[in-house]
Design a protein around this ligand. Structure first.
Ligand SMILES: [Zn+2]
Length: 381
């Protein structure tokens, strides 16, 4: 968005209101919980509405969507927590530490060309027009460093899903190389955090040295926030381009089910993993495969075995991480460690129960077994 100074002022106040109401509702929720009373978000909202204008008269200056929506958001957050979808309980929002945003319901705004008509402030300029036509659901205005954004949810009719096209692909994810594909392609991540980490440290040090609530501290905070924004943008751009390319060009996509949560607990690895954004990759592949008609299969981690020969199914007993290339003693094929793992993901080489041609239990061939003639057809599931 390109808001005027006056509009920015309103946005800041609306964000502050949304934060205030969220915190109020959360505190009330805790209080009721301790008393064993009803903690339903709608119930708390009704209670708040019954006295809000008397207790907080300044709420009248802010459109009520900004002070109604936090209750719904809080209800959702608790539900996600109790269902085990997210790990953390809803947290209090601290000014300057949380994402600043507020909500506008669908019937309160409209958008045409490069403008949007919002309650209270009227028409605001957009940098680009809304790209989708359809039923507008809602909007969220948010701030990133010194820029303002509006996210508009639009319900669009489900288009015809194109028939799947392109070869199946297995994607092996790693820390040194972001992704290795079963066709041998290696995709390097931009690793923005690694490159910009020094700058981030410098800015963050400079920020903490400034006197609290001084003008210089505000300026330093803005520089720091801009650096964070740049890093986030680079990462998002890279991931989107990669997942779009995968879903558009491959009828089937195979990825391994990385236990990202478990791995992030390893502190030495955690920064690198957060940096490459594996969970975000999964999320994007899931919705884009629906969009472009490809089929995504998430395989057990067991499938991405680097130790299993993708040609004949032989399993190496030891294959240290330092070995990047190895030759199968059974079929004499030479494998790149990660490409081999990606091929295994794609072709179901491992993961069946049975004993393979070498008397090894629990791994071997499924599809290529009978083709190679190394094992009796029908030995394996
Ligand atoms: Zn082999």
């Amino acid at each position: 968005m390109d808001p005027t100074e006056k509009q920015k002022e309103y946005f800041r106040k609306a964000c502050g209101t949304a934060r205030f109401v969220w915190n109020w509702a959360l505190a009330e929720c805790h209080y009721r919980y301790d008393l064993g009373a009803n903690t339903d978000a709608n119930e708390i909202k009704r209670y708040f509405n019954s006295f809000k204008y008397e207790a907080f008269p300044w709420l009248r200056n802010i459109h009520r969507d900004a002070h109604a929506q936090p209750f719904a958001a809080l209800g959702k957050a608790w539900k996600a927590y109790f269902n085990g979808e997210v790990k953390g309980r809803p947290q209090f929002k601290k000014k300057g530490k949380c994402r600043d945003s507020f909500y506008v319901a669908c019937d309160k705004f409209s958008s045409g060309g490069k403008t949007v008509l919002l309650p209270v402030i009227g028409q605001a300029k957009l940098r680009e027009p809304l790209r989708f036509t359809g039923k507008i659901q809602s909007a969220t205005v948010s701030r990133e460093a010194d820029r303002w954004f509006i996210a508009i949810a639009v319900e669009i009719p489900q288009g015809e899903v194109p028939p799947p096209k392109g070869e199946a692909v297995g994607i092996d994810l790693g820390l040194t190389t972001f992704a290795v594909l079963s066709n041998g392609e290696k995709v390097a991540a931009p690793k923005p955090l690694g490159k910009d980490l020094q700058k981030l440290r410098r800015l963050s040090r400079a920020h903490s040295r400034k006197r609290p609530s001084s003008h210089n501290r505000q300026k330093a905070a803005l520089r720091l926030a801009r650096c964070h924004r740049r890093i986030g943008n680079i990462r998002r751009d890279f991931l989107h381009k990669f997942t779009t390319r995968m879903s558009k060009n491959h009828a089937e996509i195979f990825v391994e089910d990385l236990n990202v949560k478990g791995m992030v607990q390893n502190r030495r690895l955690s920064r690198a993993i957060h940096d490459v954004g594996w969970s975000e990759l999964r999320r994007q592949l899931e919705y884009k495969s629906h969009l472009y008609g490809s089929v995504l299969t998430v395989r057990d981690r067991f499938y991405a075995s680097s130790k299993t020969c993708s040609k004949c199914g032989y399993v190496m007993e030891v294959l240290p991480l330092s070995v990047r290339e190895w030759t199968c003693p059974a079929c004499q094929n030479t494998h790149d460690r990660n490409v081999n793992a990606a091929i295994n993901l794609k072709q179901n080489t491992v993961g069946y129960t049975g004993i393979n041609a070498w008397g090894q239990e629990g791994s071997g061939l499924a599809r290529t077994a009978s083709e190679t003639g190394l094992v009796e057809p029908g030995t394996f599931e």
